[in-house]
Design a protein around this ligand. Structure first.
Ligand SMILES: [Zn+2]
Length: 491
């Protein structure tokens, strides 16, 4: 190995250590920290982020990057990924970085107050400021559309035109499905379910799908998330509520994220090649476990006896089909976060289309509420009656996070492709689930997706795993089959 490459690796390992420390501070803040620590924690996190950033844009590191001589494919991937990270980081002036951070926290505070009052008007000027800064950010990069560099931050290499094509086709498939979906009675899965029993059930399920005490832990959090401190230090969180079993699905969702981080080739540890390759590929992993596995009939053939055991007397032996149908019920609701698989994509597409227009300037912030209401009617058949259920629903825009939304729906699309491929290549996969065997899917995902970390581009990763480019058809076919099955059950 060349001296420059060795020195470069050492510097990148230190940057990775700083980033891991920041992840741990963030996890601690949301899981363990007493509220009094908030102010000091903000300073601590900002200091670590600044140190990591300074090291990444350092001239000495740029020189080592130029001098390093790669010997293996992994070396070449390391140099390619690092060059790109460094280039992105060096292009953005420090002043714009701090303007964005400041506008993001001011926007967040304004959003909280507006939400409380259920009136978006005082918040809209903050959104305007965030958009203006994001347009300036976009101008620093090559682009066909001003949205391209924003999307690229979360889905490297994907262009706006491609996202618009994929999500446009998804929308055309979803709108008629929402209309076709039967009404499903959900009372069978409505609580109260004692939380201690839910905890025991989720613990058993997670252990069965692949969690162990050596490399994982599970905690409670207000908003469930996953944080990986290292390849063998994966932190999952979930949230339990007496009224329903959402904590189980949140746990499976975060498990999918954690399994991805845990499955990266250990040789990539402490380097920029560790971690997931993009937001959409990451979300494909969580959605696969939450929905394709966790809401599937085969999974419940294994899990239903556990559910009955957890809540004695609550479910009859013949309740399983009704329970599975209820977990898959399609409901028109204005709320994105609790949306079912069919309507979820439409919630995302609505946001994606609006933020595209906002960035381009073809939609004025003043007209955002009306545009939101019109799309809710067109796509979901819903009248939005309050700002809190409309433009104030999500935190993202308030923090100047623009370009993030489409990755949620793209993740579902990729999950559909992976599921089609896995079930075709692994005969007996679902019979295995019914017997509590999830190892074949875990191993397949590790081989096809996880172990590669960031060594390929997102598009290469998707092609390697699914055999083709990103395509909404397998996901739509999967949803159609689910809607047909529940229509058959209801008739
Ligand atoms: Zn997720």
């Amino acid at each position: 190995m060349s001296d420059a490459l060795t020195a470069l690796r050492a510097r990148l390992a230190e940057i990775a250590d700083l980033r891991s420390a920041a992840v741990l501070l963030g996890w601690d803040q949301l899981v363990k920290m007493p509220p009094g620590g908030a102010e000091a924690r903000a300073e601590q996190r900002a200091t670590i982020e600044r140190l990591a950033h300074e090291r990444l844009v350092d001239d000495g590191l740029a020189e080592l990057l130029d001098a390093a001589e790669p010997e293996t494919d992994a070396d070449r991937a390391l140099l390619r990924v690092t060059r790109r990270d460094v280039d992105k980081a060096r292009r953005v002036p420090g002043e714009l970085v701090s303007d964005l951070a400041r506008a993001g926290s001011a926007g967040y505070e304004a959003w909280l107050a507006a939400r409380e009052a259920d009136d978006a008007a005082p918040y809209l000027p903050f959104l305007e400021r965030n958009l203006e800064l994001r347009r300036r950010y976009a101008e620093l990069f090559e682009r066909e559309h001003p949205y391209d560099p924003l999307l690229d931050d979360f889905e490297r290499g994907m262009r706006t035109a491609e996202a618009r094509d994929v999500l446009g086709r998804l929308r055309e498939g979803l709108v008629p499905l929402v209309e076709a979906a039967p009404h499903v009675d959900r009372t069978v899965i409505e609580g109260p379910f004692p939380i201690a029993a839910q905890r025991t059930l989720v613990d058993r399920v997670l252990r069965q799908v692949g969690v162990d005490d050596r490399a994982w832990r599970l905690d409670d959090a207000v908003h469930p998330f996953q944080a990986s401190v290292a390849i063998d230090d994966i932190r999952l969180t979930t949230r339990f509520k007496e009224e329903g079993l959402e904590g189980l699905f949140a746990g499976l969702h975060e498990f999918g994220h954690g399994l991805y981080e845990h499955g990266v080739d250990p040789a990539y540890g402490r380097s920029p090649l560790a971690g997931g390759v993009s937001m959409a590929v990451h979300e494909s992993q969580s959605r696969l476990w939450e929905n394709m596995v966790g809401r599937g009939d085969a999974f419940w053939r294994w899990c239903f006896p556990l559910l009955r055991e957890a809540f004695p007397g609550r479910f009859a032996e013949g309740d399983r089909p009704a329970v599975v149908a209820a977990f898959n019920a399609v409901r028109r609701s204005p709320v994105r976060v609790s949306a079912d698989e069919v309507t979820y994509g439409l919630h995302i597409i609505l946001r994606f289309e609006l933020e595209l227009e906002l960035v381009k300037g073809s939609l004025a912030v003043a007209d955002l509420r009306d545009a939101w209401a019109a799309k809710s009617r067109d796509y979901l058949g819903i009248d939005v009656t309050s700002d809190r259920m409309g433009v104030l629903q999500d935190v993202h825009w308030s923090e100047a996070l623009i370009g993030y939304f489409p990755t949620y729906a793209l993740g579902n699309v990729v999950a559909g492709q992976l599921w089609a491929r896995a079930t075709a290549e692994l005969p007996g996969l679902e019979e295995g689930f019914a017997a509590g065997d999830f190892a074949p899917l875990r191993d397949w995902l590790r081989e096809r997706v996880h172990r590669h970390g960031r060594s390929m581009t997102p598009a290469e990763t998707i092609a390697h795993a699914t055999g083709g480019p990103i395509d909404p058809e397998p996901y739509l076919a999967y949803l159609r089959a689910k809607v047909d099955a529940s229509a058959a059950l209801m008739s």
